[in-house]
Write a protein that binds this ligand. Structure first.
Ligand code: BTN
Length: 256
């Protein structure tokens, strides 16, 4: 996407600051830098290419030029949330991407907590990163990467889960600036409503593998069970050995 297309896509949206980069290391780092310099309002950084894109669990995230959406938002919302509800922010990005894709008559699903799948393959990843000062949350950065054109899909041998792109699912070329605007509109509409029951309900409605047996790998442990849905704070409700448990964080693997 060219800078002029980006500017058109974000015009009229309530960002205190926006910036376009034809190439950047990681947009999450750019926005985190703004927060360290004192930015407190909702801000947006977009990169046509990332050279040091980061994924969850220390993985890297590829953003080749002209083929994907890569952007990060400094969220003022998170600073107003009760500490136990900060986990909800991770669902915000995924829900906004789903709502945008649904406008193209696609049927996205959310692999908890926040990967967006099309036809069972990952097309979007979300990375929420927080800055703390002691126990106090200073900033929350929500980074979103969407594979749009086929060149953005990494070779399968580099991946631990099948990947796709929005154009493959749609079967035709997509206007990435229009997709960006649709995601941002949804995100802005939800960002101050995370503590309303309808937010978690909307996230849960799109949850992949509901009622299926999965394996959830945390950093310390592995839990297996049947996905029941989401708790009000965004934790995954799992039925395991006849007992319901709510998991904070983890990576879902499909148990065959
Ligand atoms: C994942 O699925 O592991 C999360 C991927 C998040 C990628 C986005 S692209 C924009 C932002 N900048 C980054 O370096 N990462 C996020």
């Amino acid at each position: 996407m060219l800078e002029a297309e980006f500017k058109h896509a974000v015009s009229g949206l309530p960002f205190a600051k926006t910036a376009y980069f034809s190439s950047a290391g990681s947009t999450n780092d750019i926005v985190a830098g703004w927060a360290s310099e004192g930015a407190k309002e909702i801000c947006l950084a977009y990169a046509d290419e990332q050279t040091k894109g980061r994924g969850r669990s220390g993985r890297s995230w590829l953003t080749p030029p002209g083929s994907a959406l890569a952007f990060s938002i400094l969220l003022n919302t998170a600073l107003r949330l009760e500490p136990n509800l900060i986990g909800l922010v991770s669902g915000l990005g995924a829900l906004a991407v789903c709502e945008a894709l649904e406008l193209y008559q696609l049927t996205p699903e959310i692999k908890w907590p926040n990967d967006v799948l099309l036809a069972g393959k990952k097309t979007c990843g979300v990375l929420a990163e927080a800055q703390w000062s002691g126990m106090q949350l200073k900033a929350l950065v929500l980074g979103i990467g969407i594979n749009v054109a086929p060149q953005s899909v990494p070779p399968q041998n580099l991946l631990n889960f099948p990947a796709t792109c929005t154009e493959e699912a749609l079967g035709e070329k997509m206007d990435s600036a229009e997709l960006l605007r649709r995601v941002l509109e949804s995100l802005v509409a939800w960002k101050d409503r995370l503590n309303e029951p309808s937010f978690v309900e909307s996230w849960e409605k799109r949850l992949a593998y509901k009622g299926e047996f999965v394996r959830v790998e945390g950093s310390q442990n592995v839990t297996e069970g049947k996905i029941l849905g989401l708790a009000g704070d965004g934790r995954l409700r799992l039925l395991t050995n006849g007992e319901e448990r709510a998991l904070n964080i983890g990576e879902i693997q499909i148990r065959r």
